[in-house]
Each structure stands twice: as C-alpha cells, then as structure tokens.
Design a protein around this ligand. Structure first.
Ligand SMILES: O=C(O)CCC(=O)C(=O)O
Ligand SMILES: [Fe+2]
Length: 358
C-alpha cells in the first residue's frame, strides 16, 4: 500500500523537466553534492546484470583484438596482410577491435580529452548557453538525448557536432575546445579513410570501394562526460545500444566502463593508453549483408573519483538528405547468400532508428 502511494505521488515528468531546466546536466547534480541519485536514473537490476555464463568456446577470450596498423604506411606487405586479416576476423566476430600505431599523435589524443573535460568543467553559466534539445543546431550540449522517451536516464552528459562534410564555423564552437575539435576531426577523417581501405580489402573489394560509396563522407562527433556516480549499482553511463554509423572511431580515457556484448556476455574493454577503439556500425552491417556485425555495447556508471570522458566519431554519409540508396553490396550477395535487407536511404534509415529509440 505504501509503495503504491509513493508510485502514485511520484511525478516523473516534472522531475525530468526540473533536471533538464538546470541546463547543467549530471555534472550539475554532482556539483550540488547529491549522495543519492534521482529515481529517474534507476535502471532495473536485470538490465544491469551480466548473468549469462560464457559458452565454453569463448572461455579463452578476454577482450576485443588489438591490431597494429603500421602507422598507416605499411613498409612490408606481410604486415599489411596481417592487419587486414585481423580486421576481417574482428569485424566478423566482435564488430569491435582496437588499433595501435594508428598515426594520430598521443599529444592530440590527450588534448582532445582535455578539451572535452574543459568544456564540461567550465563555469555553468558558459555551459548553459549551449544546452538544449534542438538537434538542428550546429553544436548541442545536453544530458540524455532521449531523456523524455527512454525508460531510465543514464549518468552522463554529452555534446555533439557534425564536423564533415560541412564543418561548422569556428565561432559556432565553444572557445574552450574549438581548435582541438577541428584538428582532431581532421585526423579522425584521415584515419577513417584509411580504415575503410583496409575494410574494403578485408571484404575482398577494391581498396577504394567503401570510400567511393561515401562511407567516410560525413563525421559526427559525440563527446561524453561521465561524472563519478554515488550509486553506481543503480544506474548506467550509457545504455545498451549499437551505433547507427558505418564505422565509429572511439577515444577512451583510462577509466574503465565500456563493455561489448558477444554471444550474450558482456566483455570489458580495458582502456589501452594511446589506442583507439574501432567498431562496425549498423550501416556497415547492412551493406555487408551481416558479414560484419554491429555489436551492442554499453558503459557502466563511473565508479572512479574523477570524471570519465570519451569521444566518438561516427562515419555517416555526409549529406543529411543523401539520395543514395544503401543495401547489401552486389559483390557480397549471391544465390546462396541473398540480400537480408532492402535498399534504403540514410534519411529513411535514420528516421526509423530515431523512432525506435536506443
Ligand atoms: O563512452 C564510451 O565508451 C562509449 C560511447 C558510445 O558508445 C557512443 O557514443 O556511441
Ligand atoms: Fe556507441
């Protein structure tokens, strides 16, 4: 009876609105010193658990493979072949791998993470000016993109911006991270184009194939900030999802939390200094007719004493209304392996995904 009264008196929508109206996100709650997280952040315990035991053929696995991409200039063809083989296997089995020797300087990786931290830790008055839910804007800072539609909120804040093919004007970006966003996104584009060459070859296609069909044309940057959570067993940093991109380049800091789902089991992805995580998105799974898989992943609530940051660069096709149709590639389908998907425009695909939610 008592629980029923409590449920009846809990006005979730006004709690959500109250939180949203602060315009300072989860970071604002932590700064205010909350020791108990608001109820709308509570996730059901079965969603947070990792019960399912490893099947015996997965017992030897600990985490996603690491691939050396030779500084992007393979001096020897064996090394290049090995990298392509590694990428192929990882994309088929995990949908995830991490690259080392990727050609983006450690200094730039650190500056990028400092930029994200800097944005979220600057004074609330400055941060608030960017806060909102109008995603047609160049640069949007918010907490929980799906705050009003998801069953439970996540313990983190983010900002996002399309950096290619039409980069924002510098003055549309916050001063504290504008230069590094521009520089890092250029480097991420170059790396992405190189990875699409290797992925094309891993599929037995001409190395330009995926770049030629615009897989690397557009880049959306999403920069996350996960403050320490006072009750990390009750919530999550980012709920289970797959990425809608063709490919994602993910920069992590040294606080753990990322997990990848494989055969029903959540594998930790321990951060490796200087490495970048690469994952196959839904669109690459679609055009490869499920040869490469877009795996679900999540981020646990941050148990550390300082905030965790990450930077996801999503390769999508550039033009928001690109008329190109994407379906399983002709080269990869046959009588024995008929197309599993119909052809679709990016607009149609995105509209469907957004309606479905994470
Ligand atoms: O923060 C992370 O480690 C992952 C972020 C992520 O999965 C995403 O932005 O899609
Ligand atoms: Fe993701």
């Amino acid at each position: 009876m008592e629980t029923m009264t409590k449920i009846a008196s809990y006005d979730r929508v006004s709690e959500l609105k109250g939180f949203d109206e602060t315009k300072t996100g989860v970071k604002g709650l932590v700064d205010a010193g909350v020791s108990q997280i608001p109820r709308f952040f509570h996730h059901s315990s079965d969603k947070l658990a990792n019960h399912k035991p490893l099947s015996s053929d997965l017992l030897h696995l600990t985490t996603i493979p690491t691939i050396d991409i030779g500084g992007r200039i393979f001096k020897d063809t064996i090394m290049r072949k090995n990298a392509i083989k590694g990428i192929k296997e990882a994309s088929e089995k995990w949908g995830f791998f991490q690259v080392i020797n990727h050609g983006v300087s450690v200094d730039l990786l650190e500056k990028m993470k400092d930029g994200v931290r800097g944005f979220h830790e600057q004074s609330p008055e400055v941060r608030k000016q960017y806060y909102g839910r109008d995603f047609s804007k160049e640069f949007v800072y918010t907490s929980n993109f799906d705050l009003y539609t998801s069953p439970a909120a996540c313990w983190g804040d983010s900002f996002t911006c399309y950096m290619a093919p039409n980069p924002p004007k510098a003055h549309d970006l916050p001063a504290i991270c504008r230069d590094v966003m521009i520089e890092y996104s250029k480097q991420a584009m170059n790396l992405g184009e190189f990875l699409f060459e290797l992925l094309s070859e891993a599929l037995g296609l001409n190395s330009n194939h995926l770049n030629d069909i615009d897989c690397s044309m557009g880049l959306r940057m999403l920069c996350h900030y996960y403050p320490p959570c006072p009750e990390p067993d009750l919530t999550i940093g980012a709920g289970k999802h797959s990425d809608s991109s063709f490919l994602t380049v993910l920069l992590l800091d040294l606080i753990e939390g990322l997990q990848v789902l494989r055969d029903g089991y959540w594998f930790d992805v321990p951060p490796v200094p200087g490495a970048l995580i690469i994952n196959v998105g839904d669109l690459l799974q679609l055009i490869t007719n499920n040869k490469f898989i877009s795996s679900e992943h999540r981020v646990l609530a941050n148990r550390a004493t300082r905030a965790r940051v990450s930077v996801a660069c999503f390769f999508t096709t550039g033009l928001r209304h690109n008329p190109r149709m994407y379906g399983p590639m002709r080269e990869l389908v046959s009588e024995d392996n008929p197309p599993k998907y119909r052809e679709i425009t990016i607009k149609e695909f995105t509209t469907h995904r957004n309606a479905k939610g994470l």
